[in-house]
Ligand binder design. Structure first.
Ligand code: IMP
Ligand code: MG
Length: 199
């Protein structure tokens, strides 16, 4: 049984270990820095799921940029409907700026589509998505993801900021939960998992 360094004694199957996350986030930071050089880059991170990814990504970006946060939550009883409640709006204007929307995971694509539609009303110069994870097997609406960390299979994941019922955000790795929410017990070692997910 793997004990996470967070002290959680739950057993999950590691899908993406923290060293692989750090490597990929560094690559994304470099890619973004090159793509936005000379531009007014405004990062908009979506709370809560992307907060750890955004913090790491920001430090991997080497060009001037700002960061702002939008808080969203699914309307009760309608998860996966794409109808989200904005619990925290932007603090700064994004008008005329190059917005990079930072998301933890694109699943059906409904949330990202809604957010892009909402942000476009503020008239940014451009708007693109950077998502750590892409669960493309579940896509309902096509969403272009120019900056994508990893493609993952249709499994429910937690850790590195992502939750199940507000728990597990503090796991340093990304781990799989069983579909009923119970943690998996068939633990595999991080070094075995590292080649299972590719960008
Ligand atoms: P979508 O609207 O179906 O694309 O859902 C996107 C949001 O659902 C993500 O930003 C996450 O907050 C949440 N989500 C989707 N899949 C997972 C998962 O496997 N683990 C944790 N949260 C998830
Ligand atoms: Mg999210």
């Amino acid at each position: 049984m793997k004990k996470f360094s967070t002290g959680l004694s739950t057993t999950q199957k590691v899908l993406i270990p923290q060293n692989r996350l750090q490597e990929r986030v560094s690559e994304l930071g470099l890619e973004i820095s090159q793509a936005y050089v000379g531009k007014d880059l405004a990062i908009v991170a979506i709370l809560k799921g992307s907060f750890i990814f955004a913090a790491d990504l920001l430090r991997a970006i080497t060009i001037p940029c700002s960061i702002d946060f939008m808080g969203i939550s699914s309307y009760a009883g309608q998860p996966g409907s794409g109808v989200v409640q904005i619990t925290k709006d932007l603090d700064e204007s994004i008008a005329g700026r190059n917005v990079l929307l930072v998301e933890d995971i694109i699943d059906t694509g409904l949330t990202a589509t809604y957010l892009i539609h909402t942000l476009r009303q503020h008239q940014p110069a451009s708007i693109d998505i950077c998502a750590l994870l892409d669960k493309s097997a579940r896509r309902i609406i096509d969403v272009p993801i120019p900056y994508r960390g990893f493609e993952i299979p249709d499994v429910f994941v937690v850790g590195y900021g992502m939750d199940f019922q507000q728990q597990y955000r503090n796991l340093p790795d990304i781990a799989i939960l069983r579909s009923n929410g119970a943690p998996k017990t068939d633990v595999i070692q991080p070094d075995q998992a590292s080649n299972k997910s590719e960008s």
